[in-house]
Ligand binder design. Structure first.
Ligand code: ADP
Ligand code: ASP
Ligand code: MG
Length: 405
């Protein structure tokens, strides 16, 4: 009897009828004779609603309390799903992240899984139970509840699949796979049959929220294939894997976008050793994650340093950077919160000239000004005005002929 690990996202369990639908899909898998572990997200927009409630009672809620609060969303969906399975005549038990042995570090709201102690899950499977695990959460050594970052239930599922020795982790969501662009934005987007870990990680990290980046990272580390498919139909999904049989095409694979970009520029920075550390170390210590960093060529030993953060972290980051700027003798700090980014991704671009030029000319034809550019071996990202991002995605999808995928 194989162990099948499935994950159902928030929109797949948004109401009682959808929970019953998911219960039926789990039951169908069980009926094939497999042991089933199902990881669930909170119902619909529960996590956003809980966050909003927290900020209504306290403008600066404690991170510890916030994590306990948010973890309850997944407790609700997991218990309801177990109840639904029981009325259908199946043996089922729900487990919180802590009960399922998800041990994390103590970085509240972005905790990393240190270890999965799957003893309890295995014990329940051995008893014949279908095990429903509350996603997105874990527990520290000090028994504090943590959450893994928004979208983190994918990571719970992949970590459990690895620890239980499953052959694949099945991620069921509200689209039937990974597309050449967000299908809600680009109607012509095509479903990919397969995609490599490296490309998927770039897409997820640069805004394609169909997968949590850390879930992809874990899958790659342990070479666990991940299937992304629909929880509403049975069409074949997209397999994320590292197989060598994959065709490397001289082509862009998919386009991602992210509207959550703010920019800070420290103007007139003395160009001397230790300056970058003086700025970025305190930001890291405050848990602010910095993405793109660009330093201008210096003139007379004075330079400008620009970097991006999530919009929600701009106020906190500006506060820190303003005091650092004073201490290092920089002239001023300026910020902009109206940005977004668009990325083209594909291993086919590696060592092939012309992709960057095509991206820039496409944006220019749309009258879109590029503010910052970053690249990796398999990605080109342009930071632009947030109001232009969606047009940029559609224009790039057309320019790279992804509708013909
Ligand atoms: P879940 O609640 O199941 O975790 P998410 O909302 O986190 O689902 O992720 C699914 C969503 O990801 C889709 O509804 C789609 O709008 C979005 N998405 C963004 N980029 C892509 C892409 N390239 N392929 C498929 N879906 C994408
Ligand atoms: N419920 C959490 C969120 O909305 C985790 C998840 O859905 O994966 O981010
Ligand atoms: Mg998700």
């Amino acid at each position: 009897m194989a162990i099948v690990v499935q994950k159902y996202g928030g929109s797949s369990v948004a109401d009682a009828i959808k929970i019953k639908n998911v219960a039926q899909r789990i039951a169908d898998t069980r009926n094939k004779g497999d042991s089933v572990v199902a990881v669930v997200s909170a119902m619909g927009d529960t996590t956003d609603e809980l966050l909003e409630l927290a900020y209504q009672v306290n403008k600066h809620p404690s991170e510890r309390e916030l994590d306990v609060l948010l973890s309850t969303g997944e407790i609700v969906s997991s218990t309801l799903l177990a109840m639904a399975l029981k009325t259908m005549g199946y043996e089922a038990i729900s487990l919180s992240g802590a009960q399922a042995g998800i041990r994390t570090d103590a970085a509240f709201s972005r905790a990393r899984i240190l270890q999965v102690d799957s003893k309890r899950v295995v014990k329940e499977l051995d008893k014949g139970n279908i095990v429903i695990v509350a996603g997105f959460q874990g527990i520290t050594e000090d028994m504090d509840i943590t959450t893994l970052g928004r979208g983190g239930s994918d990571t719970t599922a992949v970590a459990l699949a690895i620890s239980l020795g499953a052959k694949v982790c099945q991620i069921y969501t509200d689209v039937d796979g990974v597309y050449t662009a967000d299908p809600r934005l680009v109607p012509d987007a095509q479903k990919l049959v397969e995609i490599g870990y490296e490309e998927m990680l770039e897409l997820a990290s640069y805004g394609a929220k169909v997968m949590h980046p850390r879930a992809v990272e874990l899958g790659e580390l342990f070479n666990l294939p991940i299937l992304v498919a629909s929880s509403f139909n049975n069409s074949s999904g997209t397999l994320i894997h590292g197989g060598t049989s994959m065709e490397v095409r001289n082509k862009v694979k998919s386009i991602a976008y992210n509207l959550d970009i703010a920019k800070i520029t420290v103007v007139g920075v003395p160009d001397s050793p230790g300056i970058a550390t003086a700025i970025f170390q305190p930001l890291a210590a405050a848990g602010i994650s910095v993405d793109t960093i660009v330093q201008n060529a210096s003139i007379n030993n004075i330079t400008d340093l620009t970097f991006t953060v999530a919009k929600s972290q701009l106020t906190k980051a500006m506060h820190l950077v303003e005091s650092i700027a004073k201490s290092i003798g920089a002239r001023e700090c300026v910020s902009a919160a109206n940005l977004g980014e668009v990325s083209v991704v594909g291993t086919g671009m590696q060592n092939t000239p012309g992709y960057a030029a095509k991206m820039f000319s496409t944006l220019s034809k749309q009258g879109i000004n590029i503010q910052l550019i970053t690249t990796s071996e398999v990605r080109i990202t342009c930071i632009i005005d947030e109001t232009k991002v969606k047009d940029a995605v559609r224009a790039l999808h057309l320019a790279f002929e992804l509708e013909l995928e």
